[in-house]
Design a protein around this ligand. Structure first.
Ligand code: GLN
Length: 239
């Protein structure tokens, strides 16, 4: 078996080490004897989303979002079709924002892909720090680091998690990120996946199920180090 992981715009969207999510997906496949092909997708490049199993898209500054936004119209139709067909997406921070309709900052309005009916508004005080969530997707707490000016309003979508410690989508509600079909969109950097192996495996399981049209049972990995790293954050930032 093999999965193809599209790494979207790594040259612009990797301000917080989010490429570590791609490496984590790749290693947790390889450790199970499953092939992984990483496809780096540059800004402006034509993308065949039907050939991908997972799309990983990281975070960046407002300026990089503005630069990349000009190219989003070229991928919008196919990316939306991929999402609606159950394609797996992990979108971190700026990527999360750009899946929505727009990100309005003090520099103007950056149009997003409109794949999700959400919007983001800038505020001067950044929401920064370690964050701990409870997510309906996995039993373990989800830990990460957030650093964003944008406040994202998700309407009726299910959140990725409820905030046990930290800020989340805005400083005024208890929700963080969102889930829609096989899209996980979140503000959590870290990178997210190494300290949250259950989220990583959930994405892999869903992508394998979609590609091979069968329920895949993933071999259990010795995750002592991952669980210890996760727990160190949980005990430092009690709810
Ligand atoms: N520039 C966006 C913001 O500040 C996203 C930041 C990020 O990707 N961490 O909200």
């Amino acid at each position: 078996m093999k999965l193809k992981i599209g790494h979207l715009y790594p040259e612009l969207f990797n301000l917080y080490g989010d490429r570590g999510n791609v490496r984590c997906l790749e290693k947790r496949l390889q450790w199970r004897g499953i092939d992984a092909e990483i496809i780096s997708l540059a800004v402006g490049e034509r993308i065949d989303f039907t050939d991908l199993d997972i799309v990983c898209w990281g975070g960046c500054s407002d300026r990089e979002s503005e630069l990349a936004a000009k190219y989003l119209t070229g991928i919008c139709r196919d990316f939306k079709a991929y999402v609606e067909d159950g394609g797996c997406v992990l979108a971190i921070c700026a990527a999360y924002q750009l899946l929505g309709d727009y990100y309005e900052t003090d520099r103007g309005k950056t149009e997003g892909l409109g794949i999700l009916d959400i919007y983001t508004k800038w505020a001067p005080e950044r929401l920064v720090g370690n964050i701990v969530l409870k997510s309906e997707l996995v039993p373990m707490p989800v830990v990460g680091f957030e650093n964003h000016s944008g406040r994202t309003f998700i309407g009726g979508y299910s959140p990725f998690g409820t905030v046990s410690s930290g800020h989340g989508n805005t400083e005024n509600d208890d929700y963080e990120g969102l889930i829609y079909k096989n899209v996980i969109a979140t503000y959590l950097h870290g990178p997210l996946l190494p300290k949250n192996p259950q989220i990583c495996d959930l994405i892999l399981k869903r992508a394998l199920q979609r590609r091979y049209n069968t329920d895949i049972i993933l071999e259990t990995l010795p995750d002592e180090a991952e669980h210890k790293a996760n727990h160190q954050i949980v005990i430092r930032f009690p709810t």
